[in-house]
Design a protein around this ligand. Structure first.
Ligand code: XIL
Length: 383
């Protein structure tokens, strides 16, 4: 009799826990916190989303994203060639769906990106006279930023304006508008989107020379009395070569400017390539030697990836008062742009979820930093 009552009481307890967990969708049935839950007092955890995912046509992502992530960035659909395909024609369809997706799932949306030299529509690339280019620049920023003011959390206002040595990158923006185009972009965005956070975003800006260039750029914006709220370090890094020292110095130096720091496009490349960074125009010819893990990732590499992610998140946690968001560039390995860049057709493994959307050892290490054990090993399976 006593035993019966006990079983009954615990069964009720279990079912109550399960109901409360499944209704909040923050903690899985096993009791293991998800990424966004584990880090909820530290920083937002985001993912880039492709259009299939924004439209909830990818059923695995439709389940996983709201459970794991508190922030999202559209991987492509807010870039100029898609959202502003012709001079007088905007295509807001997918961007509106992204905003609705965020609202529905309580996910903060970072707009990516207003001003970038890449993925520009042909008409914009071919504008010859300065006045027409200025009109395009003003209309583009004002129309898009004002439409989403109060609906979108933040914007990458300018993306990748710098060279590796810290000088300004040669682009149509620099060519037509001069050095001040970055400050002008922020000025226009501030006017059109007073309720939205405004960021500068770039890759390799943790590296000393490029970092110095970014600091100069940010100080220039501030000196003009224009608002900039944060800086995004993209974070396209390589296995066993995470520049932890440079990242730490960057967090300190950028935050000393009075702005927040984000890691906005995090992935760790496990395949070979002979250059660093994420210049999308750099391409390398396919070659089977550059694609060694078609049938799976060796355990040693999997472990190294997990260790690299653990070291990174330890550092992010050390600066959780300065770091406001960590966003992965893709949900699961099968979606990663690194399967197609800089070498086409590779099988890459840069993220926390595998091709079946199952958490990898790296996921457990990242979660493990926030669970009582302090190590990923004992974190239970989340599904
Ligand atoms: C990439 C996307 O992931 C690809 O799908 C697209 O073909 C090219 O752009 N830096 C950025 C991102 O700021 O917008 C880029 O995204 C990756 C590098």
């Amino acid at each position: 009799m006593k035993i019966n009552i006990l079983i009954c009481v615990s069964a009720v307890a279990i079912s109550v826990t399960f109901i409360s967990c499944s209704s909040s969708k923050k903690i899985t049935a096993s009791g293991t916190p998800t990424l966004k839950e584990a880090y909820k007092n530290d920083f937002l955890i985001g993912s880039a989303l492709n259009s299939q995912q924004i439209e909830e046509k990818d059923s695995s992502a439709a389940r996983l994203v709201p459970e794991q992530f508190s922030a999202a960035t559209p991987e492509n659909i807010m870039k100029a060639e898609i959202i502003h395909p012709q001079w007088a024609n905007y295509n807001f369809d997918l961007a509106d769906k992204m905003i609705a997706y965020g609202k529905k799932h309580n996910i903060l949306i970072n707009g990516h990106t207003l001003i970038w030299h890449s993925q520009l529509p042909a008409y914009a690339r071919n504008i010859k006279d300065v006045d027409s280019f200025k009109t395009f620049f003003n209309n583009h920023i004002t129309t898009i930023a004002s439409r989403y003011n109060g609906k979108i959390y933040s914007w990458d206002v300018v993306n990748e304006a710098l060279n590796e040595d810290g000088t300004m990158r040669k682009s149509i923006f620099l060519d037509k508008l001069g050095d001040d185009f970055v400050t002008e972009a922020f000025r226009l965005a501030q006017k059109a989107a007073p309720d939205t956070k405004l960021y500068y975003n770039d890759y390799n800006i943790e590296q000393p020379k490029k970092r110095a260039g970014a600091i100069t750029l940010i100080k220039k914006i501030q000196a003009a009395g224009v608002r900039i709220d944060g800086v995004g370090i993209q974070g396209h890094w390589h296995l066993n070569k995470i520049p932890l020292k440079e990242i730490e110095e960057s967090i300190q130096e950028f935050s000393a400017l009075g702005i927040k720091v984000m890691f906005t496009e995090l992935d760790i490349e496990v395949l070979k390539r002979d250059f660093q960074g994420a210049d999308v125009s750099q391409r390398v010819a396919s070659n089977p030697e550059l694609n060694p893990y078609v049938n799976g990732l060796p355990d040693s590499v999997q472990q190294q990836l997990a260790n690299d992610y653990e070291s990174l998140f330890k550092l992010f946690l050390k600066y959780k008062d300065k770091v406001t968001r960590v966003t992965f560039w893709g949900v699961a390995d099968g979606n990663s742009w690194l399967n197609g860049w800089p070498v086409r057709g590779r099988t890459n493994y840069p993220l926390l979820f595998d091709r079946q959307y199952k958490p990898k050892p790296a996921y457990y290490k990242v979660i493990g930093l926030k669970t009582n054990s302090g190590s990923g090993e004992s974190a239970k399976k989340p599904f």
